[in-house]
Design a protein around this ligand. Structure first.
Ligand code: NAP
Length: 338
């Protein structure tokens, strides 16, 4: 597939679409590809293309691709959507979705204002914070929320802490073990929710020390992280680790209040409630990917892409059933995908 990067410079104001897809991660891109194949006038509005893929180094679990750099996959996602002539507006944050008669009105940064018959929300979720003293003050000064993004900055340093027991933490600890002398992996339980593939590799690494049943209680330092205080939940014992950084990889939280302000029903954790057709409680508004309550605990590129495809199919069926379906002229950009 050609990596033909195109950026839509103009932020639309007043245009009408069949479907507006909010979010440009795997769910949003997949939704866009399917929507345009159903001949819907489709636009993606997103902060960035790729979403959480931009926080990953390599991908080796997407069928047919073998092992691929995440940045290459993101570029392929963009060019694949553009192959079907999907408009992509990135660098824009949607902050308001309301209803005006039969149409949704979508407003966002940089003056975005568009109208649409349907919406697919694929906005993912935000990084969870620890909420301990020192975290806010030393953010960006040794406190990081993305091992993949920031690991190279720690090359040659003596030690770092990684917090968490999921795939992100284990993957991060493994990556960091190649950059620093010592990695302390601090997890609040003695069982990991990460895939055994990562856990077994981490156990084999001589410079990863697992500190289990433990939580971080304080991050210390003047202008940068100097140490991290860890408490054993069973014994109560405190241990101060001399480190240059801490990577907080404890999962994600959806923007619950924003969803509620749109009128969406959310579950106890703030994820949008959807059924197997990605329908929300608002007719014509679908959700897909990490912002939904479907398949919680198993967030994969392939599952997000599946949800996006289903959401597009549902949006298409909705338009047909409502008599609102007016197929656009097929406009595939005539370029071969390799
Ligand atoms: P996650 O799976 O939700 O794991 C979060 C981890 O942080 C859990 O171990 C949790 O502990 C811990 N945690 C949560 N809140 C905490 C707190 N306040 N203090 C201390 N620890 C806390 O998050 P993730 O690892 O970021 O993964 C998110 C999703 O992306 C998952 O579905 C994952 O499979 C997927 N992912 C996949 C890959 C891959 O396949 N290569 C890579 C990265 C992420 P408990 O276990 O005790 O709850």
């Amino acid at each position: 597939m050609p990596l033909r990067l195109k950026k839509m410079a103009r932020v639309p104001r007043g245009e009408e679409y069949d479907v507006v897809i909010v979010g440009g991660g795997p769910a949003g891109i997949s939704a866009a590809i399917y929507a345009s194949r159903f001949l819907l006038k489709t636009i993606i509005v997103t902060v960035d293309v790729g979403g959480q893929l931009n926080l990953t180094d390599w991908v080796d679990d997407y069928p047919g691709l073998g092992k691929i750099r995440a940045s290459d996959l993101v570029a392929n996602f963009r060019s694949h959507a553009e192959y079907f002539n999907v408009s992509i507006v990135d660098g824009v944050k949607v902050n308001e979705i309301s209803k005006d008669g039969d149409m949704f009105v979508v407003k966002g940064s940089r003056g975005l204002m568009i109208r649409s018959k349907t919406i697919i929300l694929a906005v993912g979720s935000q990084r969870r914070k620890l909420g301990v003293p020192g975290e806010k003050e030393l953010a960006g000064k040794g406190v990081s929320y993305c091992s993949v993004c920031d690991a190279p900055f720690f090359k040659g340093k003596r030690a770092v802490v990684v917090v968490g027991g999921g795939d992100s933490a284990l993957e991060g600890a493994l990556l960091l073990s190649g950059y620093v002398d010592k990695v302390y992996l601090v997890h609040r339980r003695d069982q990991f929710r990460a895939k055994p593939f990562y856990v077994e590799q981490a156990k084999e690494k001589p410079n990863i020390e697992m500190i289990l049943n433990s939580i971080v209680v304080e991050i210390k330092g003047q202008d940068k992280v100097e140490s991290v205080v860890v408490k054993n939940k069973i014994t109560g014992e405190l241990r101060e680790l001399d480190v240059d950084g801490i990577f907080i990889e404890i999962g994600f939280e959806p923007p619950r209040e924003w969803f509620k302000s749109i009128g969406l029903e959310v579950d106890g954790q703030g994820y949008i409630k959807v059924n197997e057709w990605m329908e929300t409680n608002i007719p014509g508004l679908y959700a897909a990917g990490d912002c939904t309550n479907l398949w919680l605990g198993f967030r994969q590129i392939v599952t997000a892409a599946a949800m996006g495809a289903v959401a597009a199919y549902s949006a298409y069926n909705y338009l047909v059933e409502k008599g609102l379906y007016k197929p656009v002229k097929p406009a595939i950009i005539e370029e071969k995908m390799g």
